[in-house]
Design a protein around this ligand. Structure first.
Ligand code: HAM
Length: 422
């Protein structure tokens, strides 16, 4: 048979060891911080009815128009691999009537998302997000608490050069008039806009404000700004948020052209940008979406949330983090009888987090010591025919090269003591 090598689908990002250890350390930090702030984890479905995303993210967005993994299942239902988490969390919030269980619901999720984008550094077709959503709180204090929490997370990971960009997109009271105003401005420059912006002008002209196309950028240089058109409620909300960020010592920049590629936002939108990431520089993003729960069939409920791009975050985290479970001792058997003696000690110690390695192959002392050295263990414990006869194992300190003897009768106990000493 012809040999073939099957590989992952293009752009589907996988995390291999030891990188996966670093991911888990960061994930644990995220869980601890969020649970401290009263968030609980939601584990969501990966596949959803396609309609969920068309109705929430917006039918005229890049994600829905071009980037979704959509297919018919065996019953001809149109299903989509989730391109983001917010729509699914809102679907779950409504489906399980979470608003009835408690007035405020704080939920977080960690997992893969799927978008058919052009793969490049920091942009994948399968990528992971650490996300969180708060339901039932309309106050700008909630926006501030969540943004400060994110800033604390980045600080705890010692990230540098991450800047918070902030905007308000207004609400149904002030946005329609602004949209019309912006539309007339864009109408006069229609020829200069890219195909996407021209097409979206009728439904969502705001997207032209943060289109990356150089010609569109040029065309919107003097465009009207939503910051000049906010109603009193939205203005107070935004000023209140900025004031709280200042009190908490979180730096931010107001960017009145920050619109974002999802249609569900109202009032606050934000991005954390990192210069070190290159072209794909948003490490986290989110905002308020006070209308979405109702639009997806639930009771009107204000909401605020964010998602961190896990791959992009890990590009910024110091790579020096060492795995938690590095072995402290290599158990070195010389012969079948020694292996049989060491095996129960090995599994018992590993179960108590005192990780040891044990080779099941009959290898020479030299090659086992070489491997132990490579693994960076503190001790090598040697048991061969001589040690079995004398009743004492050789314990070699791999750093100092000093050797001592340990009684075979209480080997497990002695190794546990050594582990607690290191
Ligand atoms: P988003 O801006 O589409 O927002 O994605 C959030 C973050 O996910 C981005 O800032 C980026 O770090 C990462 N990301 C997005 N696409 C890719 C990709 N193709 N490859 C690698 N990383 C990527 C949302 O998803 C909203 N659900 C955020 C939100 C939560 N808003 C309210 N609640």
């Amino acid at each position: 048979m012809k040999k073939i090598q099957i590989k992952t689908v293009k752009g589907f990002n996988e995390i291999l060891p030891p990188e996966s250890f670093r991911w888990r350390l960061v994930e644990d930090k995220f869980r601890n911080l969020l649970e401290g702030y009263g968030f609980a984890e939601l584990r969501l479905a990966l596949l959803e009815p396609t309609e969920l995303f068309a109705r929430s993210i917006g039918g005229e967005t890049d994600i829905v128009e071009k980037e979704m993994y959509t297919f018919l299942d065996r019953s001809d239902r149109s299903l989509t691999l989730r391109p983001e988490g917010t729509a699914s969390v809102v679907r779950a919030y409504n489906q399980y009537s979470l608003g009835k269980i408690s007035e405020i619901n704080k939920l977080y999720y960690i997992g893969p998302m799927f978008r058919y984008e052009r793969p490049q550094k920091g942009r994948y077709r399968q990528f992971n997000q650490l996300g969180a959503e708060v339901f039932g709180e309309a106050s700008f204090y909630q926006d501030a608490e969540t943004l400060v929490m994110l800033a604390q997370f980045f600080h705890a990971l010692s990230l540098k050069g991450v800047d918070l960009h902030l905007n308000s997109l207004g609400c149904e009271a002030c946005r329609p008039a602004f949209r019309d105003h912006l539309k007339s401005y864009l109408d006069e420059r229609k020829e200069a806009l890219c195909g996407d912006c021209q097409r979206r002008m009728a439904e969502n002209p705001l997207r032209a404000l943060d289109c990356k196309n150089p010609q569109c950028r040029e065309a919107v240089t003097d465009a009207p700004l939503i910051s000049d058109a906010l109603c009193d409620g939205c203005r107070q909300h935004f000023e209140g948020l900025c004031g709280l960020l200042e009190v908490a010592g979180v730096d931010y920049q107001v960017n009145p052209k920050l619109v974002r590629g999802l249609d569900y936002y109202t009032r606050t939108t934000f991005e954390f940008l990192a210069g070190d990431l290159g072209a794909q520089n948003a490490v986290a993003a989110g905002g308020r979406y006070d209308r979405l729960v109702e639009e997806l069939g639930g009771k009107a409920t204000p909401a605020f949330g964010f998602a961190i791009g896990f791959e992009r975050l890990m590009m910024l985290v110091d790579s020096e983090v060492t795995p938690l479970t590095s072995p402290f001792a290599a158990l070195i058997p010389l012969g079948e009888e020694a292996l049989r003696l060491l095996f129960p000690i090995h599994v018992e110690l590993n179960c108590r987090a005192a990780v040891t390695t044990l080779s099941f192959q009959q290898k020479s002392l030299k090659s086992q010591l070489k491997k132990a050295d490579k693994e960076g263990v503190m001790y090598a414990l040697i048991v061969g025919p001589d040690e079995l006869l004398s009743g004492e194992a050789i314990c070699r300190n791999m750093r100092t090269k000093e050797q001592s003897k340990l009684s075979l009768n209480r080997l497990g106990e002695a190794l546990r003591e050594l582990y607690h000493e290191c």
